[in-house]
Write a protein that binds this ligand. Structure first.
Ligand SMILES: [Fe+2]
Ligand SMILES: [Fe+2]
Length: 163
């Protein structure tokens, strides 16, 4: 039986295989990232100063509300699976420099997108197709966030295969 455990650990990182318990744990990681995003967007949207950042500051206020919707959706899925939604956000980095704040957000969105792609695969492997759909919808919004931030930083979003 111990052998089985170690076999599982040797599965490739991108493997869609996994149990419902692993999915609950992974979704709680997602929920922590959503809390982190809510806090970051609430704070950064008010800290960005200067005429050139007014448009993106408004966008970030909208992001904050969308991240709250995501947190509620993810918490609902955790509860449905029989888990307990976490109360812990991932740590939020702070900076007084506008560019650095936007960079933190962009990095977090890229990390979030990578995680949700994996989550869609995990849900489908467990035949949780409706849940996979919910997560795809979140993923679509996160990709918009990523584009908003990259645009504000004057960068292109790399193709999905390179992220
Ligand atoms: Fe989100
Ligand atoms: Fe986002």
């Amino acid at each position: 039986m111990a052998k089985k455990q170690s076999d599982r650990r040797q599965e490739p990182a991108g493997s869609a295989a996994g149990s419902r318990e692993q999915l609950i744990e992974a979704l709680n990681g997602d929920l922590s990232r959503e809390y982190q995003a809510i806090i970051a967007y609430v704070v950064y949207s008010q800290m960005l100063k200067g005429a050139q950042y007014m448009t993106i500051a408004k966008e970030l206020e909208l992001h904050a509300k969308q991240e709250l919707d995501h947190a509620l959706t993810i918490a609902k899925q955790i509860d449905y699976l029989g888990g307990t939604p976490t109360v812990e956000p991932k740590p939020v980095r702070v900076s007084s420099r506008a560019e650095e704040m936007l960079r933190f957000d962009l990095d977090n969105e890229t990390d979030t997108i990578r995680n949700y792609r994996e989550r869609v695969r995990q849900c489908e492997a467990l035949n949780e197709f409706a849940m996979a759909e919910e997560i795809r919808e979140i993923l679509r919004v996160e990709q918009e966030h990523q584009i908003d931030l990259a645009t504000a930083l004057g960068e292109d979003v790399p193709p999905a295969s390179k992220r």
